[in-house]
Design a binder for this molecule. Structure first.
Ligand SMILES: Cc1ncc(COP(=O)(O)O)c(C=O)c1O
Length: 350
């Protein structure tokens, strides 16, 4: 019953096997092997255009370097107040970009377009004292388990274009959002106005594989230097490529995300139909937020379930009462139906 994070899951067997096959041969280092080139080219097919691809080890590195690529002195990045780039990256995007991030509010973990416009207007390009608007970052799927629709992405990108700002997408859970929307990688990104993407593989079955993708390679000319300077150019880069090779083959990545989402659906259904437990808000990806009686939470922990309690957001429709706890439950490619059923049985009893 591991619901603490999709990062707790192991790596998928097909990815492990592919890695093992890669270990016995020699190949050019620092991203210059044939395999690196082949996998980079595969991203062109996936996104239906020529893209610039940079492999890195963590989502934090991907976000930080994507944003650093657009940096200007005094630049201001706009992101949702709960965004990972603000809350969970120890200031790495600020450190690598030399800029700062202005939080923008919005319900359901999504930037509110009207508030974004208002916030940007406070940082005109000649605002030498305040700083100048530089870029926008959205998270897909969001940190609270929701998903921007294509129209919502387009509403944000329209504001980005009006203001001449690049739009970055933190896609740590890109695959989960993609299969839920039932759209294409191209539609969810550059065709909707996204300029740069942090493409996550680690949470969805890879051992350690993330990529920064730029949809206009001309705008990524500094990235090789930014990545090297950030110590993210791996001599044995081909082991990241090998993971992506298996991950992307025969749509494994989409199948894994579908499985994670379906396990979350099962959790949601079970929690919603229970008397003692309720969903904190509706989610659409592989994250579920629920309010449990504290004694049920302890009972689940005592039986070995792993999950985190969560701070209560300001705008919860039905606030957490005394004796209750808000918790986050994350499913993954490795979650089994029995884990979900066992967990539901524990929290529903009582
Ligand atoms: C929304 C989001 N972005 C990025 C990341 C990547 O973080 P890490 O640097 O831990 O790989 C995570 C991981 O928890 C995340 O949830």
């Amino acid at each position: 019953m591991f619901f603490a994070s999709d990062n707790w899951a192991g790596a998928h067997s097909a990815i492990n096997e592919r890695l093992m096959n890669e270990t016995t041969r020699f190949a050019a280092a620092y991203g210059n092997s044939d395999l690196d080139r082949t996998i980079e080219a595969r991203f062109n097919d996936i996104f239906e255009k020529e893209v610039a691809v940079f492999f890195v080890a963590t989502g934090t590195a991907a976000n930080s370097l994507a944003l650093a690529n657009f940096a200007k002195p005094g630049g201001v990045i706009f992101a949702h107040a709960d965004a990972h780039v603000i809350e969970d990256e120890c200031g790495a995007p600020d450190f690598f970009s030399g800029m700062r991030i202005a939080p923008v509010e919005g319900t359901a973990g999504k930037i509110d377009p009207a508030r974004l416009k208002a916030r940007i207007s406070r940082f005109p390009q000649d605002a030498v004292h305040h700083g100048r608007a530089n870029s926008i970052s959205i998270t897909q799927a969001t940190e609270v388990g929701t998903i921007y629709s294509l129209d919502e992405i387009r509403a944000i990108s329209a504001i980005a274009k009006e203001n001449g700002l690049p739009l970055h997408m933190d896609g740590a859970r890109f695959a989960n959002a993609l299969v839920k929307l039932g759209t294409t990688p191209a539609e969810m990104t550059w065709k909707s106005g996204v300029d740069a993407l942090s493409f996550g593989g680690t949470k969805n079955g890879c051992w350690c594989a993330e990529a920064v993708i730029f949809f206009d390679p001309e705008k990524a000319k500094e990235m090789p230097f930014l990545r090297k300077r950030a110590a993210q150019l791996f001599s044995k880069s081909r082991f990241i490529s090998a993971q992506f090779d298996a991950y992307l083959k025969d749509d494994l990545w989409l199948d894994l995300a579908r499985h994670a989402n379906s396990m979350a659906d099962l959790l949601r259904e079970g929690l919603a139909s229970s008397n003692s437990v309720r969903l904190a808000w509706q989610t659409e990806s592989n994250e579920v937020f629920a309010v449990l009686p504290i004694e049920r939470m302890h009972a689940a922990h005592a039986k070995g379930a792993k999950f985190y309690d969560w701070s209560e957001p300001a705008n919860m429709a039905q606030p957490v009462q005394e004796g209750e706890m808000l918790v986050r439950l994350v499913t993954s490619f490795a979650t089994e139906r029995k884990d979900v059923e066992d967990f539901l049985e524990i929290v529903q009893a009582g």
